[in-house]
Design a binder for this molecule. Sequence first.
Ligand SMILES: [Zn+2]
Length: 360
Amino acid sequence: MLFGYPISATAANWLHECLCEILCSIHASIQAAKTPPPWPEIIPDPYRNRLQKRTGLKDRLKTYQIAVEQLTIAEQERILQALHDQNEIALLLSCQRNCKAITDLPTLIREPVKELFEFAFKLLTDLEIRDKHYKEIYDAVPSHTCPFCGCENFDAPRVPREALDHYLAESKYPFAASNLRNLVPMGNKCNSRYKLAKDILTRDDGTRRKSFDPYNCIGIRPSLENSQPFAGTVTTTGQVPRWQIEFEQNTEEVLTWDEVFHIRERYEKDVLDPKFKSWLDDFKHWCKSANILPNSDQEFSDQELVDGIDRYATLYEEMGISDRAFLKAAVFRMLHTHCNNGDRRLISFIRNVLIPPTKK
Ligand SMILES: [Zn+2]
């Protein structure tokens, strides 16, 4: 992904922590053959006032408790272990820990877990935890863009809200469904067209894979240096390069990101192909306004052209993520490299864009 979110946005995770504490207390009582404390005493002190009127939570905890009481000690321990492991988000994403999915647990407990944590997830909105979490992230990201694609813009905090993705899918890992550490603001396209309920932890064949940690990620940029200027398809606006989209590091995290979000395909089909011609036109207008475009072709040396592309690429490199500047920067950096290496065909192609043959 292109950048990460500040971990401080997940600090107000009290509802999830409180819920985990209550579940541990229920398990401990049942294992000791005691009756768990009644509602609202079972709510840890600091949160009791805030939660005691939430009877929806009370009812779902009761259903959970009744289900656990019917299971063996060994089964109860597996559930408790899954509760713990599914929330080791950082270790799971880096493949340093594994966890059981809900389908690996006794049938009897599956629905009660799902319903309990689904309810807790909704409570995040009611208790205004979700909005504070989003606002902190929105404020910390100056470009207000989706870090998974870099192309979708985030709206300012308001209702309706931006999509909040369960990074570890709630259908498989429901114990993490209310954990802010697992909840990630995401652009709507990334969320509802690509990520969906895909399992970020395992490939289709069931093997484990590493994924970027949205709250502990430096971010990477694409490079187009090895693209071939005249080897791509001919679109309605003309010939485009054969794009070779590479990333600074070629890690397993990058591979998972591309597999889940179709990054290379989207950059090529949605941005690079349709934008190439208009970006060259933008370059022409910039050359005019920067006074580096002479009246005649003869007054314009190849070196001036190469230097102009370099300045333009640098300008967009400095703009960062906003308005897909990082992709435009990569295109012009690639064009600069090829021209600087003496690609005659490319030099005259760009010359013809800047000073069309009829005006020569
Ligand atoms: Zn996105």
